[in-house]
Design a protein around this ligand. Sequence first.
Ligand code: NAD
Ligand code: UDP
Ligand code: UDP
Length: 319
Amino acid sequence: MARDYFSTRRVLVTGGAGFVGSHLIDRLIDRGDEVLCVDNLFTGAKANITHLLGHPRFEFLRHDICFPLFVEVDAIFNLACPASPIHYQHDPVQTTKVSVIGSINMLGLAKRIRAPILQASTSEVYGDPTQHPQTEAYWGNVNPIGIRSCYDEGKRCAETLFFDYHRQHNLNIKVARIFNTYGPRMHPADGRVVSNFIMQALAGDDITIYGDGSQTRSFCYVDDLVEGLIRLMDSPEGFTGPVNLGNPVEFTIRQLAELVIEMTGAKSKLVEQPLPSDDPTQRQPDISLARTELGWEPEQNLREGLEKTIGYFHKLGNG
Ligand code: NAD
Ligand code: UDP
Ligand code: UDP
């Protein structure tokens, strides 16, 4: 049995000082939960949670989830893992460890305290997909030995662990397959396409298109994703997922660059650079399952989301 509690739910968010985690915590605090944020600050930043320090229902613990953690909570969101290719390729062995050893520790914790646990998985489990759009039933097309494998295979193994703890130990698990998400608090130097293009446009630098820019992605605004994660955690115990969470509207990378230039009024030129290996050529979530099971779908279109994100980076640049 999960800890009996009266009105305040205690929620652990690993990776809570990161981009998605910090927005999730804002929402949990807003709705009255008590939040324990565990983060080793590898890619996250204290700045993302500074506004919460001192809040009576917020606590921060600097800790690496590759080491055991003994705490008492009512629910666990497991988000700890570097997410941008530059960061997860910086120390690939550590990236696999976070997904595998980190997940084992968080599952062991969930098992001991009988708490529901949600895994932030990824569209990368589909690799360079041969099925389009991707449904949860698709098993993926992943290179096991390439430069993205530490992330892709780590996250795939984490999903395996979640489902084995569910089958073997009857754990209440939830697996979200998150597609490209963007918004304020993305790290300006983490190399992801939305932050790169906005930073480059605001500085008047060239916009770096990898390859010819015909590859596609579907971009979800962070508030929409957070709503999906919370709905998934709150869904009935029998619903495990995996469930795709993302915005199904697909853009080419060139279209994104042109939109950022238009919206910032930048004079930047588009320049092509080599496409990194194993870069997926197309990606679009089929979100029928999230619509049916969670009553969820994204509300923000790319232009609305970019406006807020550009505003954030603009302010960051001006101190
Ligand atoms: P992020 O890098 O901003 O956040 C990850 C957080 O995890 C950081 O605060 C980092 O310091 C922390 N962390 C890393 N290793 C840790 C460890 N060993 N112990 C404790 N903390 C650790 O990335 P994000 O975009 O916020 O992603 C959050 C989660 O969502 C990740 O699991 C990521 O794989 C997943 N996800 C994100 C996206 C996206 O587009 N943003 C897409 C798919 C999946
Ligand atoms: N674990 C943890 N916190 C807990 C309980 C377990 O960090 O509250 C870790 C523990 O160190 C172990 C892992 O989770 O290595 C897996 O735990 P489990 O009980 O599944 O496996 P076992 O301890 O039997 O290897
Ligand atoms: N990309 C690009 N220019 C950049 C950064 C990324 O053209 O400056 C491309 C990248 O090659 C990929 C897409 O944009 O095709 C999305 O990249 P990101 O790293 O944001 O996410 P992921 O590849 O993990 O979906």
